[in-house]
Design a protein around this ligand. Sequence first.
Ligand code: NM2
Length: 509
Amino acid sequence: MNARRIDWPNFWTCVAVVLAICVPLALDPDVGGAALKRIYAAISDGFGILYLLASVACIALLAWLALGRFSQVRLSAHGEGPEFSTPSWIAMLFCGGIGAGLMYWCMIEWTYYYAAPPFGAMPRSAEAAEWASTYGMFHWGFTAWAFYCLPALAIAYPYYRQRLPWLRFSNSWHRFLRGNEFGATGRFVDFWLAIAIIAGAGSSLAFCTPMIAACLARLAGVEYGFGMDLVVIALSVAIFATSVWLGLRRGMKNLSDVTLLLGFGLLVYVLLVGPTTFLLRSSLNGVGLMLQNFVRMNFWTDPYARSGFVENWTIFYWAWWISYAPFIGLFVTRISRGRTIRELILGMLAFGSLGCWVFYMVLGNYAMHLELNGLLPVSDLVVQQGGHIAILRVLEQLPLPALVIAVFALMSLAFAATTYDAAAQALAASQTLYLPEGEDPPRWLRVFWALGVGLLPTVLIYVGGIEVVKTGILVSSLPILLICLVGTAALLRSLFEDHAGAGSLPGAE
Ligand code: NM2
């Protein structure tokens, strides 16, 4: 392997940043955890409005791009058509963008909103329940996928139209970097991609590890504890490290297909054996409420009551999607050659959202049904014993609980492994200079980052609490948000320059 191909300064800065955060946190969790909570409050209070403005601007811009004069521009150099069939492209979009984090949050997100609802509703009232079953879908809906879509376009457009020989996050700045892609600015952009992947993907692992561990402990008939968390981390890191080592990229792809099938199988099962009518009613109701209030929810800054709902939830979610966005953008670019701008936008926003919603509709509303009918105090379980235990108890209520828990745990484990496989690949690629098409970054680098992404959640779980995880996401996403603003400006400038003729139908050549 040619050592010169590795971007050593980028690599070592990343390692130093991860260690500088993890070591003090591990040594003094109390002080570190409290400091992180203060940082979260300061950023969400001071910069939160930026995230909300960005969400509104992003939706408006994508609507214009999908419907306006550039909608037919193709992401290919000579107007050639799509590389993958539409159904498999949609499945890849969804699988690539979503991981085990969805499995965790779809089950229990509503409990937080039921206890502390938005828009001044009474906690635990019928109105609170309405918002509770709606808001999760909003946080995993159009706006969220819009945050994925815009950076994807900004990376894919120069990559395909200018036929760039490398696929890096700094491609989105290509219009402004011309000729200096490997200078300090371009490298800084790629460096932040790495930090955001570690924070974003590490957080998914931090959320889902205790959940998988609790399920496995129940199946094995042992007590759940931190040791079990470590077993799960070791297991998921081992799965993706092995796949990286053996080059099982196809294997991982098949695994994610099987995972998706298992997931939808579980949804159909719960819909049929669960309270079918209630699930259908609450789902339809939730979608209606969200569509009706879509503008309000996007624009809601809560300036008078200052309940903290927006800072605690909406801004946290937007930050999480933003921190994942460049990483997903690189993946989406790889699979979207030949798609038009309109196809990419509508495909991501419509099918991405729909895929997330069905999990919230079935699993989230099923859990809520248990609480509303006095069958299981899910909200109390979340507060007292944590989301992972609450999820396990919810699954136990279904017929054939052992089978359901096994399927759920397997699925989450596979989701985690595929997400981290992609994360390790993207991290290693961002630190490899001059990566020719079709070639992978060095194997040791991929395995190293597979382990690196595992380290952060171990420390976060130890320090404890989702607040800490949320802070990591928020801090890492702020520079990404600013980088994406510049990337969007570059995209627009290139579009206007490349298709200057009035009334021209670009890409139709
Ligand atoms: N996002 C979609 O764990 C996951 O589901 C990965 C998380 C960014 C909130 C994606």
